[in-house]
Design a protein around this ligand. Sequence first.
Ligand code: ATP
Ligand code: TYD
Length: 239
Amino acid sequence: MSRNWTGELIYEGKAKRVYRVNDEFLVMEFKDEVTAFDGARKEHAPSKGKLAAAQTVFLMGLLGKYGIRNHLVDWDGDRKILVRSLRMIPIEVIVRNYAYGSFLKRMPLVKSMTKFSKPLIEFHLKSDELHDPLITTDDIIEAGLASQEQLNEIMGIALRINEILNNYMASKGLTLVDFKLEFGFDKSNNLVLADELSGDTIRVLINGRHLDKELFRRGSSSADLVKAYEEMNKILGIS
Ligand code: ATP
Ligand code: TYD
C-alpha cells in the first residue's frame, strides 16, 4: 500500500491532526508542537511529531505482540500513522504506579512518587472546557458511555498494558510512573486501544529524570523536550 495517504481534515487537536481516508481508516498526523496547561503554553518543536509517532508505533507494536488489540495499521516513517477509524469513548483512562501529577493535587496526604500498593486506574471525561474532570464508573454508565461489563474489560486491558509496558521499561532501566489510554469500538463492537502512546501521554523516568512532557510542564524548552524524546527512543530501542 502506498503511504501517500490523503483525506479530508476532520479534526485538529493540540497534538495531532486527523484525516478521514475512507469509512475504515483515518490518518493521524503528529504535530511538531508541544502544549501544556490546556494550551496556555505552546511551542514549536521540530522533530517532535516524528519522535512521538515512532514511540506510538513501537509501543502499539509491542502491545500487539502480546495480543492487545489496537488501532495501528501502518506508519509513513515520519509524522503520520494510518489507523482504524473507531467510535471513540470520550474518556481518558489513567493508570498510575507512583503518586504524581493530578493525583497529588487531589490527595496531598500521599508523598510525591510513593509507589502504590497496586496500580490505580481512574477515568476522566474528555472535556477541555471542564479540564478533563475525574469521573466515577457510575457516572460513565449513567451517561451511557460504556456498560459495567465494558468498563471491566477496559480495566483488565489497562492493567495488562501496564504489566507489559512496566516489564519492558524496567528491562531498559526506566521507571513507568503513569500513563493515559483511550479506547474505541470497531464495527464489530470490539474494544480497541486508540490514540497515542508517547512521551506526551506517558510519564517515564531514567534515574529519577523525566524523559516525558513533564519537562515542558516544568519550564524546559521545547528543544530540551525533543532531546529527551530522542533519548527515550534510543533507550527503548526505537530506530
Ligand atoms: P488535545 O487537543 O486536548 O490534546 P485531543 O485528544 O482532542 O486533545 P489530539 O490527540 O490532538 O487531541 O487529537 C486526536 C483525536 O483523535 C482525539 O480526539 C482522539 O480521541 C481521536 N482518536 C484517536 N484515535 C482514534 C481512532 N482510532 N478513531 C477515531 N478517533 C480517534
Ligand atoms: P495526570 O497526573 O492526571 O495529569 P496532569 O498531567 O494534569 O498532572 O496525568 C496522568 C498521566 O496521563 C500522565 O502520564 C499524563 C497523561 N495525560 C494525558 O496524556 N493527557 C491528559 O489530558 C491528561 C490529563 C493526562
